[in-house]
Design a protein around this ligand. Structure first.
Ligand SMILES: [Fe+2]
Ligand SMILES: [Fe+2]
Length: 409
């Protein structure tokens, strides 16, 4: 039999409700949102949770939103006083709580609503049973991000400012330097990278102002984006770090690969392709970042299931994030369509380029998936008219470049 949990700070209510429901369900009680969360984590699964709204400490809405992350299938019933209209709207709209009971509530109504909620729960879990916990966790994260119940990360300040500076018709190196120098960590990394093997010139670079003319403004922007992108990959959870590292190298490799393919095709604005490669899988990183904050992530995650489920969700989620960050349309297309672009007859060249670069990374061991792809049979390569031999050469060059690049950043 599935259990019911009642959360209320008034012990008299807990007592009365427990008595009423005891004949029909196994009932537990908790005197605060915090205690309720603890019960869900340790004593679950619960089918139905009945929660008060006004409680000291964590209130009912905070409790439900956190509980949903751990156990999204729970049916919640809210108990509230008459005056909580705003709260009710929020609960219905954002947390999708479908039953609100107004205090005082008679035993008959309570039992009826709990039984109905339990039926809905049973229906849900019989469907969900086929899925594993990792998949369910990732699915709930993706839904919450898309529906705005989880806050999207902000675009780093420096990237925002650089985009504004670059949009201006007459951007000088000094304008660029002024923005970059505001961020000491990025400035320091830029100088180091500019002085490293792949970008090395004759003279030692000591300042941002010296680095920019040496690299050119577009290349400077690429490097700054790469540095901030790597910062975006920062996570704490040790179990996720290995995956994070692989993903980061994959993105970097895809960036260089895209630039090389675009160069081979004589396309303009090579740095744009580099940036597209860099962010094409940003949806995956976003899921890892949310998981990283998830207390339940550690014990519930199976790595292979995680890789499969982020693969499934990352393209549309990446699109949502880039739209939120107001990236140009072409970048959004790349993020959402790069996995299977040939399914669309009129897809932009850049999407095909990123697709090919992405496949190349699999062949040379810079991907979460290893695959000996037959480059000659790639539909995207045929559409772009790039030969198998050219792709083989680019792949070999990428291996050499990645040795240097991975160490530089
Ligand atoms: Fe991808
Ligand atoms: Fe990828």
């Amino acid at each position: 039999m599935y259990k019911v949990l009642i959360v209320d700070d008034e012990s008299s209510i807990l007592k009365v409700f427990k008595q009423a429901l005891n004949k029909h369900f196994r009932v537990d009680t908790a005197e605060s949102g915090e205690a309720g969360l603890d019960m869900i984590n340790k004593q679950g699964p619960y089918g139905v949770v009945i929660s008060d709204i006004r409680m000291p400490g964590m209130d009912g809405l905070q409790f439900i939103s956190q509980a949903k992350r751990v156990a999204p299938e729970i049916e919640f019933i809210i108990l509230t006083g008459y005056a909580d209209r705003e709260v009710i709207t929020k609960a219905v709209k954002e947390l999708m709580v479908s039953r609100i009971l107004v205090k005082p509530c008679d035993a008959k109504t309570l039992i009826h609503e709990a039984q109905e909620a339990m039926k809905r729960y049973e229906k849900k879990v019989s469907k969900e049973d086929a899925k594993n916990p990792t998949l369910r966790l990732v699915e709930s994260i993706v839904t919450e991000l898309k529906e705005g119940r989880l806050i999207m990360p902000v675009l780093p300040q420096i990237v925002q400012e650089l985009q504004n500076v670059i949009k201006k018709p007459k951007t000088t190196n000094d304008d660029l330097a002024m923005v970059i120098e505001k961020d000491a960590v990025v400035s320091f990394r830029l100088i180091t990278v500019a002085g490293s093997y792949i970008y090395r010139g004759r003279k030692k670079i000591r300042t941002v102002k010296e680095a920019i003319p040496r690299l050119g403004s577009k290349e400077t922007l690429s490097i700054v984006m790469t540095i901030t992108n790597k910062q975006f990959y920062a996570i704490k959870n040790n179990r996720l770090k290995h995956l994070r590292e692989k993903l980061w190298l994959h993105s970097l490799c895809c960036a260089y690969g895209a630039k090389a393919v675009a160069q081979r095709l004589d396309l303009e604005d090579l740095e744009k392709f580099f940036l597209m490669g860099l962010i094409h899988d940003i949806g995956k990183v976003l899921i890892l970042k949310v998981l990283d904050d998830e207390a339940s992530a550690d014990k519930n995650i199976d790595m292979q299931d995680l890789i499969n489920s982020i693969q499934e969700a990352h393209t549309s989620l990446g699109g949502v994030l880039l739209r939120h960050w107001r990236f140009p349309k072409e970048f959004i297309s790349v993020t959402t369509l790069h996995e299977d672009p040939t399914a669309f007859p009129h897809v932009a060249k850049s999407v095909l380029v990123i697709h090919i670069a992405n496949i190349l990374t699999r062949k040379i061991g810079y991907s979460l998936f290893e695959e000996d792809v037959d480059l000659g049979s790639l539909e995207a390569a045929k559409r772009l008219n790039i030969s198998e031999e050219s792709l083989e050469v680019i792949g070999q060059e990428l291996v050499a470049l990645m040795h240097e690049a991975a160490a530089a950043f």
